[in-house]
Design a protein around this ligand. Sequence first.
Ligand code: XMP
Length: 506
Amino acid sequence: QILILDFGSQYTQLIARRVRELNVYCEIHPYNNIPVISPDVKGVILSGSPSSVREDGAPNMHLAAFRQKLPLLGVCYGAQLLAHTSGGEVQPSSIREYGRAKLGTVDAGSPLMRGIDQHSQVWMSHGDTITSIPESFHIIASTDSVRVAAFQVEGEETYGIQFHPEVTHSLQGKELLKNFVVDICGCSQDWDPESFVESTVAQLQEKLGDDKVVLGLSGGVDSSVAAMLIHRAIGKNLYCVFVDNGLLRKDEFEDVLASYESLGLNVKGVDSKEQFYTALAGLTDPEAKRKAIGKTFIDVFDHEAHQIEGVAWLGQGTIYPDVIESVSVKGPSATIKSHHNVGGLPDFMKLKVVEPLNTLFKDEVRAVGRTLGLPEAILGRHPFPGPGLAIRILGDVTPEKVDILQQVDALFINGLNRDGLYDKVWQAGAMLLPVQSVGVMGDERTYERVVALRAVTSVDGMTADWAHLPYEFLANVSNDIINRVKGVNRVVYDISSKPPATIEWE
Ligand code: XMP
């Protein structure tokens, strides 16, 4: 495997993604909290960073632990750190280099550069540049404005590159990473969903033995795949709980429960709608609504867990980005919305936690789910927020409003499916606005509700663009909604991107 040391770059996760795409297992760890190096680690990558090696207190570490013991590749800041700590010089660039650049000369004799074309396009993003290097450092690539675009240290398997091979705009970045990971480090490319399932099931059996596990299913991809994996390992000793909080999509509870049952999962559906509506009654503040829902869920789940005699473990569908985010070197970013799932359940449950997906990225979770036979209807499902429709009903939540919104949402989502647009957007849904507007139906004046449709394209939900859905489609859906949903006389489409807007309205 490959060890990636994170100095806080926004691209660190991308490095890991690219290495995994080469079917090589890798892990990210913060530079200041490195685990004991296992014999499986075959090489180390140092990430970029928003810091400058010239600053006091810049992230630094003793590279002696790896250098000359394992192959080492410094990317951007990582390369500058290698140069800086070996007697080279790093200076501010006269212009901040950001964007595409072309490699002018490439030393094809260097193992890192094998197969990389002269003039290959790379992606630069740096404010500092390496201005001088020690004698033992050989330049293996340059661009017009960056003399030391890549270097190799004589007699070592130590390399540095100023550009970002992990970004897709570096057109041969993946080949370069392959040169490092496969040829230089000697990693075998045998990490795939099947081998993951096989080894994880064996580990789960070892860890759990005859113990019982309780797991909360949400209908989403992560909890479903986690359940299937644990089920494969321990069968009926996995007790799944699927709570109807009354805030799900139309018919979702019944449909998803039925598909879980047909997959052979030991699942209990719990109708707690009233409990949630009571907890939400009169609340209008989004964070207050989230807290009430979170607390009610814990109450319901705790009650259910107590019905399972001798249960010892809590299964969770935590995935790798959640884990990395919570150990980030940068410290937590400001809480915009309180939706962090890591460590979501309180201590009083006194259960040990088992999280079989906590080393996987989302697309890998899907691939594992496919291997385990989960239906595409679950795997390809759009993300849906834990507090559900409650944060799409602006203002207070009532069962009547939920009913209206469920009908609107179903017409929108069914329309997307019918017109082959569902898989083209990352997430879609409808918001019920706390305003009424005047309309005319037949000869009658109406004064009814307004709904907003929202569909976005995104890669990870961190940034998003409003989806440019065809006008014809929007016209049909709007017509459908106004004609069929009693109480709604106006439909608007949200054309805000994130940032500065967010995906949900609350
Ligand atoms: P925002 O609105 O922050 O949403 O742009 C980004 C992604 O997070 C989802 N979201 C939530 N998920 N609990 C969740 O489990 C929440 O409270 C919550 N709020 C937003 C949102 O649906 C989108 O996928």
